[in-house]
Design a protein around this ligand. Sequence first.
Ligand code: ZN
Length: 424
Amino acid sequence: MTTALEAAKERLREAIIEREQELVELLQALVRQPSTLGNEAGAQEVVANYLREGGIEPDVWEIDEADLRSKARAANTGVPYAGRPNVAGTLRGVGGGQSLILNGHIDVVPVEPISDWSYDPWGAEIVGGRMYGRGADDMKSGVAVNLFITRLIKELGIQLQGDLIVQSVIEEESGGNGALSAALRYQADGALVTENMGEEYMLSEMGPFWFDITVTGLSEHAANAHKGVNAIEKMVPIMAALRELEAEFDANRHPDFADFEHPANLNFGIIQAGDWRSVVPRECKLGCRFAYFPGTTWEEMDARLRATIDKVAQADPWLREHPPVISYTGLNAEPSTISVDSPIIQTLSAAYKAETGEPIYGSHATGTTDARFFRNVSKIPATCFGTIGQNCHAANEWVELDSLHRVARVVGAFTLDWCGVADE
Ligand SMILES: [Zn+2]
């Protein structure tokens, strides 16, 4: 006897195969909208229209930055939110199942330098089984899969038990406020972010963040430099202490990162000091990127950093009187993790195995994805899974079309397994 679930999965799978050209065309329509930071409106209109044409009324909302800040550690891109909405659509379940969020980001990174591209970055050209274009892989592929699956379930009249919520959010590439806003607006029993994971899934992610350190010295004519305090030189022991902190983090790493060569990467990205060769510089500002491991809270991270700087300052009579100032700006992502035994991982693994006959592999990231907001803010199990491609954040980005279709079949089966299907 075939259950309602098995029958629905077979119908959905057949429809995905039969109508795969629709998925390709949807992805092309999305790639042809150059949705870099601040320019997401056109692509989000494609998303909203696709839902509307499928009989799903889209929820289109602009992010309220003040509201985000009052609830979480939000990023700040400095770009106003008017006219740059998030979009979501919901298929209501009849009850008795688990609800699911299928999330993807619509924003893409810039295409410069364009001269490095052999294809139009906004052309969505198909050559040799690949679609080329910015966002073709990262991750309009996943956004298209999520929308396509949701509309097919609706059109086929498959009655889910749990609610299915599909989301297209902005600003993943610049701090994550789109997903943060979505995580605060919608709650579910699990979330799948269809990032271009090369058909693997995401377990642990580190918490990359930015910070600045400012040291104040005493300006003086260079001929009397010994009477001044050189702010650049006062920064040197601080840089050395930060390198020691980095080594300490690497030595005490989270076990998920045991095989990584060097996960806790501290980068001195910007240094600004001085105006003139013959003047002792009065101020030195150092801009850094660092990342911490799951299991450490932000409060602990902040305290470790302040203690490291303070130790240097206490050993130096000038810095003791003129303490260095730490400030946090821009990226501030918390680490996150999920157990391989979590039901969402198990359900996804089973769907992948059933579709491909192959086991799926989990991976860990020294960077971050939007999955962290579902894990850390919504407190729900979340992971990432998506297409095989290459050159995201570089010239000639492409997605493999066979992988796009395979991911659609896996996400389709996973969605029905997770949400459950009502008996006819
Ligand atoms: Zn991405």
